[in-house]
Design a binder for this molecule. Structure first.
Ligand SMILES: CC(C)(COP(=O)(O)OP(=O)(O)OC[C@H]1O[C@@H](n2cnc3c(N)ncnc32)[C@H](O)[C@@H]1OP(=O)(O)O)[C@@H](O)C(=O)NCCC(=O)NCCS
Length: 159
């Protein structure tokens, strides 16, 4: 999804307002989740957002979103944000984020999604880390006991 940064979307430093970027990322991630599942999808959680670089007024911003792993009814979506220099056209990575979407039926009930096979090294790396990020998100939301977060515990305990 490519768009420009307009004056109404900036903060007092004339950089893109964080909430505006969150909305753009949510939209792009929602499209990726819908394309993968061919279902209605809702944002279940925003697992990680890093605002590493300010995005100045007038920048051309590209938000790339892809499902990194599909679970039973939920999908992790990885988002990379790029900005394009107005003069040189050079693209630099500005931000990244990870959202979780859930596919639902017309009544809002979670429904199963197709599985996904990663192909590139980056896809494989993101796929491999997705389960521990899901467990962390569930623990923080109070939906999983830390003791049940096996993949997450393994990260800290090296097992
Ligand atoms: C997202 C929602 C459908 C989940 O409903 P629920 O009753 O918790 O359903 P379940 O417990 O069956 O969870 C469904 C899936 O979501 C995952 N999930 C739920 N909360 C999660 C969280 N905080 N982080 C990561 N995954 C989560 C579950 O692990 C499960 O995944 P799986 O089936 O792939 O294993 C429900 O909470 C909802 O409709 N929320 C509002 C969504 C919305 O309106 N978003 C826009 C915000 S304005």
């Amino acid at each position: 999804m490519t768009d420009m940064v307009l004056p109404s979307e900036t903060n007092p430093l004339n950089n893109l307002f964080g909430g505006e970027l969150l909305a753009r990322m949510d939209r792009a991630a929602s499209i990726a989740a819908r394309r993968h599942s061919r279902r209605i999808t809702v944002t279940a959680s925003v697992n990680h957002v890093a605002f590493n670089r300010a995005v100045p007024l007038g920048s051309v911003v590209t938000v790339e979103a892809a499902v990194s792993r599909a679970f039973k009814t939920s999908m992790e979506v990885y988002i990379d944000v790029w900005m394009e220099d107005r003069f040189s056209g050079e693209r630099t990575k500005a931000n990244e984020a990870i959202y979780t979407f859930v596919a639902v039926d017309e009544t809002g009930k979670p429904t199963e999604v197709p599985q996904l096979s990663p192909e590139t090294d980056l896809e494989k790396e993101r796929f491999a880390g997705a389960l521990r990020r899901k467990q962390l998100s569930l623990v923080l939301a109070g939906k999983m006991k830390p003791d049940d977060a096996t993949e997450l515990k393994a990260l800290f305990m090296g097992s």
